[in-house]
Write a protein that binds this ligand. Sequence first.
Ligand code: GLV
Ligand code: MN
Ligand code: MN
Length: 414
Amino acid sequence: MESVSELLDSIDDVGRDARRGGYSRPVYSTAELDLRGWFMEQAQRRGLDVETDRNGAIWAWWGAPPSNADSGGALVTGSHLDSVPGGGAFDGPLGVASALVAVDKMRERGITAGERGTRPLAVTVFPEEEGSRFGVACLGSRLMTGSIDPDRARSLTDADGVTFAEAARKNGLNPEHVGPDPTAMARIGEFVELHVEQGRGQIDLGPADSSKNAIAIGSSILGHGRWKFTVFGQGNHAGTTLMADRADPMVAAARIVLAVQQVAAGRDDARATIGRLQPVPGGTNVIASKVEMWMDVRHPDDAVTASLVTKIHGKAQIAAAEEGCSVTLTEESYSNTVHFDTRLQSTLQDLLPGAPTLATGAGHDAGILAAKVPSAMLFVRNPTGISHSPEEAIERRDADAGADALADVLAGLL
Ligand code: GLV
Ligand code: MN
Ligand code: MN
C-alpha cells in the first residue's frame, strides 16, 4: 500500500513555482488540471466511480451514491488541490492523498462502503478553495451550498480578465448550470476534511517528535472575510511632478497598510493583512493613477470583525484625503465563525482518544459545508507552524498517523 508521503511524492513536480518558490496551482491552471487528472486516476485505480459535478467538484464513489436523503446520506471526505501563489505542498493535497490512503486502509481492514449495511463513501475535491484565481475562497463549496449568487460567481474575473463563466466553460462545465446543487447536498450525510495544520496550534502543545499531538480535532474556524480597497489619485510623471504637487495613491496605500496593522494589533485575537497590492498602470517612473489592494480580516466575533473593518475604512478615508486621493472599499466575501457540529466532534473524540481539539484561523470547505451538513476536521501537525509558504511542512510519520486517524474516523462513522 502506498503511503501518504509516497502519493504526495508522485505529484511533487506539479506546479512548482521557480520564481516565488513552493507551488502555484490556481484552479483550472495546467498544474491544477494535472492534479485533478492524477486524483481521478488514483481513484479509478482503487475502483472508485469518478464524476465531476455541475460546479467542478470531483466525487470518487465507493459504493453507489445514495439516491435519496432517507438513507442518511454518504460519508464524504476530501479537500482541495488548488493552492495560493507560492504555497506549500500540503495545504489541500494532504487531505486528498490521506483520503485515498484511508480508503486503502479500510479495505485492508475488510471494510466495504455501501454494502452490508454500511453507507457509501465519497472522496471529493473542491475547486478554487483558496480563491487565488477568482478572489472568492471556497468558491466550489459556496456554489454547491448556495452561499454565493451564481450570477456573481459567473462574473468574477481573474488577473487576466477571464471570467469564471469562461473558465468554467473551457473546463467542460456549463456556466449556466453552476450554482446550488440540492442533489449533491442531499447525498452528503457527514463531511470530514483532513488538513495540514496551518499554524502553531499543535507544535505549541508539546514536542514535535512525540506522537501525542500529531493529530488534532477541529473545533472552530475563525470568521474571515476579504475586502478590496481602490485608492484613486492622479497619474503623473515621476520626474516632472514636484513632491508637493502629487496625489499619489501609492503613498495613501502605504498609510492604509499601516492603519490595517495598527487597528488589528489593538484588538485581541484580530488578524488583518494586506497580501496583494496592484498599482495601475504600474511603472517605475510612473506615479500611479490608482492602487488596488486586497485585505483579509479575521476575528472570532463577527461583530468585532465588522467594527474593525469600519474603523480601518475610516482611517483609510482620512489617509487618502490627506494625500489628495480618494478611496473605496468593497466586501468580496465573508465567512462567519464556524463551530463544528458538537455531536460529530465528540464522536471523533471517542474514535481518537487523547487527540487535542484545535480552533483554526484558516478557512476550509468544511466550514462552508458546516452550515448545511454535520462537518468535522482533522489536523496533522506542521513542524514549522508555517503555511501559505514553501516552508509549510509535514513529518512522514505524522502523515501516516493522519491517514490512520482518518481511516479510524471513517470506519467508525460508516
Ligand atoms: C485559506 O487557507 C484561508 O484561510 O484563507
Ligand atoms: Mn490555504
Ligand atoms: Mn486548504
